[in-house]
Design a binder for this molecule. Sequence first.
Ligand SMILES: Nc1ncnc2c1ncn2[C@@H]1O[C@H](COP(=O)(O)OP(=O)(O)OP(=O)(O)O)[C@@H](O)[C@H]1O
Length: 275
Amino acid sequence: MEKECAVVFDHVSKIYKLKKKGKNAGKPVYFYALKDISFQIPKGEVVGVLGTNGSGKSTLSSILAGISSIDSGTIKISGEQALIAINSGLNNQLTGLENIKLKGALLGLSKKRIKEIIDGVIDFAELGDFINQPVKKYSSGMKSRLGFAISINLNPDIIIIDEALSVGDKGFAEKCMKRMNAFKEEGKTIFFISHSLSQVRRFCNMGLWIEGGQMMEYDEINAVCDHYDAYVEADRQRSEEEKKAFRKKKFQKRVVKNVKVSLIERVLLKVKGGK
Ligand SMILES: Nc1ncnc2c1ncn2[C@@H]1O[C@H](COP(=O)(O)OP(=O)(O)OP(=O)(O)O)[C@@H](O)[C@H]1O
């Protein structure tokens, strides 16, 4: 029998607008942050998401987490998701404790459940008295601790980790990995975005490689890591000029042709002096 799917992407695209400088200022370029992405992830899969800088991994993670919308295609997600990212939506003005309460309230959790989560977060994050300080006074590592602790205590079915472990200290990163391994044992679906191939090889069983906003491969983790590694190495061998030309060509492939600009946008462009 086929395993039930946790996430299905069917021809998903996400478009961003790039404002140009110079003589073409005011005439925006639209480009695909993600272009025609399709995959099916069975429940319980641990997926390493790979791709060079700007390839679309964080865009994918915020779409997976339900934070970002898409411009075309369809998505099916079964289960609750939690995003664990460096900048995972903490409110800087509120204290750590207030952030936990806010997150719980936004999710419509009961007072009893929020109380349990508070205890769990305080215990895991080990922030001491800082839990009563505004988050703006936290270091990036402390924010990462709080964000991670909140997300895991919500006990989600689908966990998306976007480079979040790279800012914590070694001790905390090890503790997080231990918890992630426990989630893996429990059969949770995990997306693990990392530039560390050794970490990805160790932790994940499948690999999803995105390059220039397009899907390159979804396969067994070691095969995907080998192919990605070869791609990065080939880029490393290029001269600076070749690299420049390669990147230009790669970006051209992302440009959206025949964009329908809305009336409002045309008026705004006219006001700003564009055509
Ligand atoms: N809000 C935004 N508005 C316009 N462009 C954006 C926005 N967010 C991301 N982008 C662009 O979309 C593309 C994909 O970005 P994304 O952050 O998803 O890449 P990434 O693979 O996570 O990169 P990295 O490994 O550097 O973190 C990049 O070209 C980026 O500049």
